[in-house]
Unconditional design. Sequence first.
Length: 94
Amino acid sequence: MTRISASCTGATCCGAAGVAFEVHLIDYEPHGGTAHTAATLGVDEHRVIKTLIFEDEAADPLVILMHGDRAVSAKALARALGSKPVSVSVARLA
């Protein structure tokens, strides 16, 4: 199982800035990861933030932060951005 490192960039930056935080190592779940994370931490899934990587028609990345219990519509996102097609980025590029 894949685990996220406690030495990731976010943890490194928070530590350097003196920001108090607690590291929770949670097994990766390919589908339903926010529900798994919420259950592991004992919090409501809405409090878990997921990172979604989309790309626009020029293949420029779009980073979306979303509550774990919510979904993103690619069509609505494209409309909000005034872009043509927007799609989930290919995993190897994200």
